[in-house]
Design a protein around this ligand. Structure first.
Ligand SMILES: Nc1ncnc2c1ncn2[C@@H]1O[C@H](COP(=O)(O)OP(=O)(O)OP(=O)(O)O)[C@@H](O)[C@H]1O
Ligand SMILES: [Mg+2]
Length: 361
């Protein structure tokens, strides 16, 4: 699926803007503050109904206005088209597909899928585990049909367990019953996470070989589950929750479970968070973010890729390698302050919001 056209109305710094995009590589250039990220933010918003820059939708509405909208025409590069419209109002947002309101935001995952890489992703390895879990959860929600369902059911049960833990005299029997139910979903989630990490480990070496000039980087992701994924998972998980119960009662929250898991990345045999250079972390984080592209088996569903401000952070060789890798991908958007390459559609954003398409492929 690609974005054929996008129309922004009162979105961020734009009054009204319509852009047409072909498949392949699209580069959005312009000076700082011109509105480049705002365009890719709108594109990315289509896939999750959540901005990668803010969790507050109100920030997306142009200052001084009451509402905003993003309208996109999506297509599989054939005659079949879909119209996705998101209207922001002060009380929230409305999303409709071909004129019909969506029942659940999760339906979007079957409409359009966008992978984003931005400069702050260099912190991926040093940030809190929550960031890495979010990566696993978002990737898996898009790659499989059941993950999100298992995950939300686990989270609901976890909320309920935490609620019960907050009573002065907690109902221990009810906690036990809920914990048992949690284990059923934890097992599925953990299995999905393990399989995903196994596939990452198979995919990453060739992806890294394309990105790295010397291409001898060995990369390994290790999953740190709270209970080993094995035959007696249920029993071990129940034991783990039981062992944590005294602490849980003291702190009034659940201290173990899939909501506390993490991954460790080894680059050339060493944990990258402690031994990697900034540039290495950036490239490896980029490889991780891009990997789901290859893991999407159905080619029609392969994600659109957004790289915000990434080129300027890479040296010339790495820039060239990245462009060479991405130019055959379904649809890619890259923002940059300058771009002198040839193999792309270039859009120049000027501070007056005029957008000039420089060369057509
Ligand atoms: N809700 C809003 N209303 C009006 N203007 C906004 C709003 N949100 C952001 N802006 C403005 O949009 C402008 C462009 O932002 P954007 O982040 O897209 O720039 P950019 O081209 O990516 O710049 P850089 O190269 O520095 O990353 C900024 O001047 C910012 O103040
Ligand atoms: Mg920007």
């Amino acid at each position: 699926m690609i974005v054929k056209t996008i129309t922004l109305h009162k979105f961020r710094n734009y009054d009204d803007l319509t852009l047409e995009f072909p498949s392949g590589l699209n580069i959005i250039v312009g000076p700082n503050g011109a509105g480049k990220t705002n365009i890719v933010e709108a594109i990315q918003y289509l896939s999750l109904a959540r901005s990668f820059r803010t969790s507050n939708d109100q920030e997306l509405i142009k200052e001084g206005e009451d509402g905003a909208s993003i309208k996109a025409i999506l297509s599989d590069d054939g005659p079949f088209k879909k119209t996705l419209q998101i209207d922001f109002v002060t009380s929230g947002k409305k999303i409709s597909l071909n004129g019909t309101p969506l029942k659940k935001i999760s339906e979007l995952k079957d409409v359009v899928n966008v992978l984003v890489f931005e400069p702050k992703d260099v912190l991926f390895f040093n940030d809190s585990p929550r960031i890495r879990r979010r990566y696993l959860d978002t990737s898996l929600s898009k790659l499989t049909s059941n993950y999100l369902d298992y995950f939300s059911r686990y989270e609901k049960l976890l909320d309920e367990r935490n609620r019960l833990l907050k009573f002065t005299h907690p109902d221990l029997l009810a906690i036990e019953v809920i914990t048992k139910q949690m284990v059923t979903f934890a097992k599925q989630i953990s299995l999905y996470r393990k399989n995903f990490i196994d596939s990452l480990n198979e995919t990453l070496p060739s992806l890294m070989a394309n990105l790295e000039v010397k291409a001898k980087g060995e990369l390994k992701i290790e999953y740190l589950p709270f209970v080993e994924v094995s035959k007696d998972y249920e029993q071990k998980a129940i034991e783990a929750y039981k062992k944590s119960l005294d602490n849980d009662l003291r702190y009034r929250t659940t201290g173990v479970g899939i909501q506390r898991e993490d991954i460790v990345t080894y680059f050339r045999g060493k944990p990258i968070d402690r031994f990697g250079s900034q540039g290495q972390k950036r490239l490896v984080a980029l490889a991780l973010k891009l990997a789901p592209y290859y893991l999407t088996e159905n080619k029609e569903k392969r994600p659109i890729v957004v790289l915000d401000d990434v080129l300027s952070e890479l040296d010339g060789d790495h820039q060239q390698r990245l462009i060479t890798l991405l130019k055959n991908w379904t649809q890619v958007f890259i923002t940059a302050t300058t771009f002198n390459g040839r193999d792309a559609n270039v859009y120049e954003v000027t501070p007056t919001q005029k957008i000039v398409r420089r060369n057509f492929l």
